[in-house]
Write a protein that binds this ligand. Sequence first.
Ligand code: ZN
Length: 405
Amino acid sequence: MTIRLYYENAYQTEFDATLVATTTLHGRPAALLDRTGFYPTSGGQPHDTGRLADRQVVDVVAGDDGTIYHLLDAPLTGRAAGELLHGVIDWPRRYDHMQQHSGQHLISQVFYRHFGYETVSVHFGAEESTLDLDVETLSSAQLEEAEGAANDLVYENRPITAYFVDETELDRVPLRRPPAVRGAIRIVEIADFDYSACGGTHCRTTAEIGPIKFLRTERRRGQTRLTFLCGRRAYGHYATTHRLLTEAAALFSTEPAQVPPLIARNLDQVKALQAQVAHLTEALLRHTAADLRARAVPLGPWRLVTHIVSDQEIAAVKTLAGLLQEESSTVALLGCIQEEKASLIVARSADMPLDAGALLRQALRPFGGGGGGRPDFAQGGGVRASELPAVLEAARQAIERQMQA
Ligand SMILES: [Zn+2]
């Protein structure tokens, strides 16, 4: 069993230890020491990283027998068992985990004391941490109350201590949850507030937890998952959020508090403008349809409308084709150009024997395009914008052939 120096002092960032053995674990070279300051992944808290001798510690794993494996980036060449090695913990990473972990104990006890909700599991992620509460939903008032109470406990600067008790003495400790281990049990106490059986690394006082911020909740299988940030993470989140809100306020030339009502007002305006644009577009299309009908070319007993539209939505061109169809004995060939790509719509009146789909395919095929549709309305594309006049001419000739047939 490896002696865990962080049990005694979570603030120890460097230590000397005797190399017991070298081995491999999970395909990586690993070192076993007689004692260590490196925290192994356990109890929801991620492992430490750092340096051991001249190697990087990339993972730390605890075996079932209490042996701690230091997984390294490369083998410890030229080192023999019995040699003294120097270890250095990545302190910013460790301290971040301490802030999240002590904060979690505090938050869990607040929810228990205020509402009777128990924490059933915790997870400390690389960016956010979560705890699952045994309740289906939390109201925003409850969240506000708990977040305020947790931050007040930070200002109270309560000492946080860790000590071992024997399982026979456990009835003297008002534990929030029964311990998962037997024998000597490590208690982490937030003075006169929370007693947890925990092997993690913790801050000296609640003040070091720093600001506590709840981000969101989600329902999970009858429980509520609360995502939270503590310490420097909460500060970083505030700094980013403040910058983004300030940028948004500058875009509106207003104060941050005015951003939500301004966005709501702008959305209403956008909706009103969209309705107005739709109304005007329809009026414009009706006007264009009338103009095109007036300029239609006679083709035997029929009238042919040929027109190229550029930079219009295809939906508007289809509406235009629909309007032209309403007139009797009219066939419309509408080309549409959008970003160097061309499409073709063929539409005809209901009283004509013309097959719009066959006509469209005949016109596009020689240029490598294609499409399809109903006998009275067809749409296709796949040709270059520069080819559109030739496509329209091919369509016109196809109509003449169908008319003669
Ligand atoms: Zn814990």
